[in-house]
Design a protein. Structure first.
Length: 442
């Protein structure tokens, strides 16, 4: 992303209104392309997120041998089958996407090819050791920069040893990397997750015909097992709207007085809906309508109306189900009555930016009373935040969108140094908000 896009956002002059659909789920989109690449036959994917993160995954998979095309209705992937990935001729550029880099590291570990992966300066600053350390036990070799950062060279193995791994942090990326490596190993790969994280990998592997065994763990959590090598059969995929993307128009509609909107077709996987639970606890006028199952995932329409919010305590065990939603929840808390305590946020420090620090800076620059205690974020809400701040987005799409939402509800205009990174997950965000009447300068 080379062209910077600064933006100044003023309070919306009227309530937001109308019906919108947010782009496809980012996690499911990455996985659908990867699993289709590993499958035999042609997979048709509809609703794929066409954001830059996912396009980077598509680019890397093409280099590894997949044929990926788009027709008027959907994306088509002709897979090459497990064990059949080609050695890439050039460096794999994963852009801004930690999910793409970490999941692909799992796949590459157990294919006998050498590859090099890099990304933009945000991704190059993020820790890869959380996947390279366990994946090295397969017999693959990883060479990283200091601090286990990208660029990364992977020397994969065709005789991978299956892993038994207990997750030290609740991370769907790490769980998925280990499971992806196991697809091409002989024997049982087991991941134990004491705290549940999103299960799109497990669901989609099943959808492609893999036997995924999930059992409860003593003391809580799940044990997930697959026996490799497996064969994946091409299956059509319907990608639901991304609940993480929906959170931005959702919170905007809660905060801009007189708003009343519907966001259609939002994914409601229970391991992703912590924000909706939290907002309801804050007293949000948020209703889920027309709940249904589409493409194996439950989806629904969100009806949102503006109203007063109350401060909340969000417990640490809810973090994985709303890990990407804390910046926008923090904005909601800054406009709520009373104090909010968002607990156990250590993982926010290793996202696209240090999201704990960048969220604090976003709120402080706009007049909020906020502090960090250990890994907890404490926010004293006020009815209408002053705004007027200048926000640095640190190459972080979710921070930029949170700043825009804050600007729509604050007293004074909020300026943001760069909103270009919104394209990684939410192409057309400003247009969608303007369709609802936000009046953001385009
Ligand atoms: C993701 C998992 C989460 C999340 C990321 C997408 C995934 O990361 O923050 O945006 O698709 O598996 P962690 O698993 O590292 O928490």
């Amino acid at each position: 992303m080379t062209v910077q896009r600064p933006l100044t956002v003023s309070a919306s002059s009227a309530g937001l209104a109308g019906r919108v659909q947010v782009p496809g789920d980012k996690s499911i989109s990455h996985r659908s392309l990867m699993f289709a690449t590993l499958a035999h036959g042609t997979t048709r994917i509809s609703g794929l997120l066409e954001g830059e993160d996912v396009l980077c995954t598509a680019g890397a998979l093409r280099q590894l041998g997949a044929r990926i095309m788009r027709d008027e209705k959907c994306w088509l992937v002709e897979g090459c089958g497990i064990g059949q990935l080609k050695e890439p001729q050039d460096v794999l550029d994963m852009g801004n996407s930690g999910t793409a880099a970490r999941l692909l590291a799992g796949l590459l570990a157990t294919h006998p090819i050498v590859s090099v992966m890099t990304g933009d300066s945000s991704l190059r600053s993020r820790p890869m050791g959380r996947v390279t350390v366990p994946l090295s036990e397969t017999g693959a070799r990883f060479v990283t920069r200091q601090g286990q950062r990208l660029p990364l060279t992977v020397e994969g193995t065709g005789k991978g040893k299956p892993l038994h791994y207990r997750l030290p942090v609740a991370s769907a990326q790490v769980k998925s990397a280990v499971l992806l490596a196991g697809l091409n190993c002989h024997g049982e790969t087991v991941v134990e997750e004491p705290i549940l994280s999103r299960d799109h990998t497990e669901n989609m592997l099943r959808h492609f015909g893999v036997d995924v065994r999930v059992d409860p763990l003593e003391g809580g959590g799940r044990r997930i097992a697959i026996t490799g090598p497996v064969t994946l059969q091409a299956r059509d995929v319907i990608v639901p709207g991304d609940p993480s993307s929906a959170s931005f128009p959702l919170v905007a509609a809660l905060l801009v007085p007189e708003s009343d909107i519907v966001i259609e077709g939002v994914g409601l996987n229970p391991l992703r809906t912590g924000l909706f639970v939290s907002l309801k606890e804050m007293g949000a006028h948020l209703d889920i309508l027309n709940e249904r199952v589409e493409g194996g995932e439950s989806v629904g329409d969100l009806r949102v109306k503006a109203g007063t919010l109350r401060g909340i305590t969000v417990p640490p065990d809810r973090v994985p189900s709303m890990i990407d939603e804390y910046p926008i929840l923090a904005v909601a808390c800054a406009f709520a009555e009373g104090e909010s305590r968002l607990q156990g946020l250590a993982e926010l420090r290793v996202k696209e930016s240090d999201r704990l620090a960048s969220t604090v800076a976003l709120l402080e620059a706009n007049g909020a009373n906020v502090r960090v205690e250990g890994d907890d974020l404490i926010i004293h809400g006020q009815e209408r935040l002053l705004g007027g701040g200048h926000v640095k987005s640190h190459m972080d799409h979710r921070l930029a969108m949170s700043a825009i939402v804050l600007g729509l509800a604050a007293k004074r205009p909020v300026s943001i140094d760069d909103t270009a990174f919104i394209e990684t997950s939410f192409p057309g965000f400003v247009d969608l908000m303007n369709h609802l009447g936000a009046g953001i300068p385009a």
